[in-house]
Design a protein. Structure first.
Length: 289
């Protein structure tokens, strides 16, 4: 058992610790906060600890696909002997907010939740995206029958973002990956921040926009050797930019339309469209205002 971070457990999850349900749907606006809370909750259930622990009875699901967990990923979990706890009372499976469940995966998981084991707890996490209503946006991507088998809890991120491009603000927003500490990459984050600030205005000409998007992509690609992780950070960077624009005091229809197009850029990239193609599409759409 390896404790690596002291963490304050959300009061709603703390109230669940004495008599946990077999499956949860946790919803918050922050991916990192969701993962940290899910791990802290798991540690509390297994060892009554306030540390976030790395332990084989706490498993965060992963997959080769950057955006989704597929049916094969779920089957590997529910059909594997590793579904049984090694040391703790439970084996706990955490579904990260950065990877949504496909419909086939949801149906495979549903069968397990319909006949729950006393030794398993499943924690599905989901975050709101961009400037839509976080709670509604988080729920709509969860299969209704799957949601009905879970206890749904809305947990609020206690960090308040200013979207003013200050170092701590942008690092806390982007730092969603447990294996990559952005705070140690000061120069790289400074370059990303300055490029995002250049993109903050909808009035740039087309060539300047393309140049800055490519500059942003190149800067993020230098953060880590894992291209999927970098792509997630790129999406979060544009999401931060969207929120910054919408937080502006001088907010007009032009800024709203620009924020909408930037959100479409994130969606295109999450669907697998190559970034440079998505950049050109955004520039073409930007010419309409």
């Amino acid at each position: 058992m390896n404790g690596w971070m002291l963490f304050e457990l959300n009061s709603k999850l703390l109230n669940e610790s004495s008599k946990p349900f077999h499956s949860y749907l946790l919803i918050s606006g922050s991916s990192r906060y969701l993962i940290d809370q899910a791990k802290a909750f798991s540690s509390n259930l297994l060892f009554n600890s306030n540390d976030i622990l790395q332990h084989p009875d706490i498993r965060v699901l992963s997959s080769e696909n950057i955006n989704t967990l597929g049916v094969d990923d779920i089957r590997r979990v529910i059909n594997d002997e590793s579904i049984y706890p090694i040391e703790g009372k439970y084996k706990i499976f955490i579904f990260p907010p950065t990877k949504s469940l496909t419909e086939e995966a949801s149906n495979a998981l549903l069968k397990t939740l319909e006949e729950p084991s006393k030794s398993n707890i499943f924690i599905i996490t989901s975050n709101g995206r961009h400037w839509s209503h976080s709670k509604d946006d988080s729920i709509k991507n969860i299969l209704p029958t799957l949601k009905s088998r879970c206890r749904t809890l809305y947990i609020d991120d206690e960090y308040t973002y200013t979207y003013n491009f200050e170092f701590d603000d942008i690092v806390n927003f982007l730092d969603t990956e447990e294996n990559l500490s952005l705070k140690n990459l000061h120069d790289e984050i400074k370059l990303i921040t300055s490029t995002l600030q250049n993109l903050n205005s909808p009035n740039q000409d087309s060539n300047e926009k393309i140049f800055n998007f490519i500059k942003l992509e190149n800067a993020i690609n230098k953060l880590d050797s894992d291209s999927n992780r970098n792509l997630n950070i790129f999406e979060r960077s544009i999401e931060y930019l969207v929120n910054s624009i919408l937080s502006s005091k001088n907010f007009t229809k032009v800024e709203f339309r620009y924020a909408e197009i930037l959100s479409n850029l994130i969606e295109d990239i999450s669907l697998g469209i190559r970034p440079k193609i998505a950049f050109n599409k955004l520039v073409l759409e930007s010419e309409t205002f």
